[in-house]
Design a protein around this ligand. Sequence first.
Ligand code: BES
Ligand code: MN
Length: 456
Amino acid sequence: MDTQFVARERARLLRELTEFLAIPSISALPSHAADCRRAAQWLITDLERLGCAKVELLEGNGHPVVWAESPKVEGAPTLLIYGHYDVQPVDPLDEWNSPPFEATVRDGKLYARGTADDKGQVFCLLRAYEAILDANQRPPLNVHFIFEGEEECGGHAIDELLEKEPERTKADAALVCDMNYYAPGLPAVYTALRGMCYAEISMRTLQRDLHSGTYGGVAPNAIEELVRLLADLKDASGKIAIPKLYKSVIKPSKAELRDWNRLPFKKKEYLREEVTAKALTGLKKYSTFERTWALPTFEIHGIKGGFVGEGAKTVIPAAATAKVSLRLVPGLPFKQVAAWLARAVKQRTPKYATTEVKILHGGDPVQVDVNHPAFGPLDAAFKEVVGKPAVRVRAGGSIPIIPRLGTMGAPVLLTGIGLPDDGLHSPNEKLDLQQLWDGIVVFGRFMELFAATKPA
Ligand code: BES
Ligand code: MN
């Protein structure tokens, strides 16, 4: 590849990425639908400029999917590149040290929403591809690009597309760059991602809100009943009250546990710098890695109901709603867990109340066989550029479409250029610029090395 590419083009690259990041493509907010489209369009323009033979904006139910194919190279393997152009909302806005959509460099780090998750990483792969093109804009392998705009909001457009057209995932490998190094200087590939079951639980106890003096003492309070139910779904030890959940978990192998034991891990710093709490909670007999990578979770994201305005209002709320989710590990399919959750809620609903469980979205957990030969070129590229092959870890997070990327047999290479302290979904999300510059060379070299392997 053109090894001087980054050194020569740095200023332009920073300008281009800043332009991409300036588009507030927040997929969860309907008011930003046009911005999501603009971000998709930005990618289309970029892919056309890179000389792709086919570039398509695929319309479905929701934000569009971007598809592109490099000029065909007979006899060379095909790499499918996945990423997402949508970002998380930015609130709380007043905690940002610079505006979330005006990318700002401070101390070698680029701050903006989407720098690490995932626009900066998508940009990294596009520039890596640019760096391996010859003078006629031809790459040494076949690259198919698929970028979605609903990863962060649980949308179904890409899932529906790939269900109808699974042959789009036919490739010799799929590369997903939406994760982080295990630690500075220690790149990672992921052997598993957690799945997700996201639900809204509504509780109703009355037909309308009541005076809390006149009826206090006899009328059932919807918030009280809801929080009792929620608290009962997970006890203080961290155990989720769905017994089948734990029985179905496929335990990590001995080899995997041994790998995790060898990872550098400073619990005190992790607690203070990353978690920012006074103590860790959760199932005591399992390690931090087991709890965040190999066990299911139950989290309450928010509760709505009653009176939360200024001042005081004496009312007994008639209805309340909670947003909750379970993270799922191998052995726990989304549909199965959704049914268990609905049943656990029904069982705990008092006779004098009604509940409803609405599943908002979900996805199955993923397990990857990282011994597949496609991981060889990736390790080699990391070794060349960063000095170390990738460590094998799991992720606590989820990417709902990943199971589908593998259905035609492509091994899914889950990796990334982020660092653990990038602040995904938080105020002041950032990407270290050196990670980006190195990443462009890593993935450029990976594509070249992969190009030299035999297609299936
Ligand atoms: N990039 C993250 C997932 C991730 C982060 C994986 C860090 C591994 C390490 C992704 O964009 C994300 O945040 N996904 C959501 C999906 C959810 C909305 C279904 C998540 O995990 O909450
Ligand atoms: Mn992401």
